[in-house]
Design a protein around this ligand. Structure first.
Ligand SMILES: [Zn+2]
Ligand SMILES: [Zn+2]
Length: 150
């Protein structure tokens, strides 16, 4: 069963180890200027998992802005590993590139903050949003994502 598949991963140095069970609920590319700075790249990649499907081994340190979103970093290599937020509920947004052979192998299903994207940046996402998608659109988007994965 695909739902019980375990995907493992780590930060750049390996001090933080992660594992996730099953498929992500959603994958994102975020073009916002905050993600551009935190990644030193054109956009961040996230895979959203329910909290109870995620195991993190090792302590993290906070990074980024200390606002509504809690960005968790490895204290040694300072990789940005995952993000949590009360507004997201019991969800963990793992940076997709931390997972070995995981969701980063496919284009993100949605991209957000295209209003801030670099002119040349392309992600092949199926759905694009100028800002962040409205909360009520999440259910249908997750259903469409699950269906796209077969
Ligand atoms: Zn590390
Ligand atoms: Zn962003």
């Amino acid at each position: 069963m695909a739902d019980t598949q375990i995907t493992t991963g780590s930060c750049r140095c390996g001090q933080l180890r992660l594992s996730v069970r099953g498929a992500p609920l959603m994958t994102f590319a975020c073009h916002c200027t905050g993600c551009q700075r935190m990644t030193a790249s054109a956009f961040s990649l996230s895979a959203m998992y329910p909290e109870d499907a995620v195991t993190i081994e090792g302590e993290t340190v906070p990074g980024g802005m200390r606002g509504e979103l809690s960005h968790h970093f490895c204290p040694s290599c300072l990789s940005w590993v995952f993000t949590t937020a009360p507004v997201m509920g019991p969800m963990v947004n793992i940076r997709s590139t931390m997972l070995d052979g995981g969701p980063a192998q496919e284009p993100a299903f949605i991209e957000c903050w295209t209003s801030e994207k670099l002119p040349w940046a392309e992600t092949r996402a199926v759905h694009s949003f100028e800002g962040f998608p409205a909360p009520e659109s999440f259910g249908p988007l997750m259903a469409a994502f699950a269906q796209s994965r077969g």
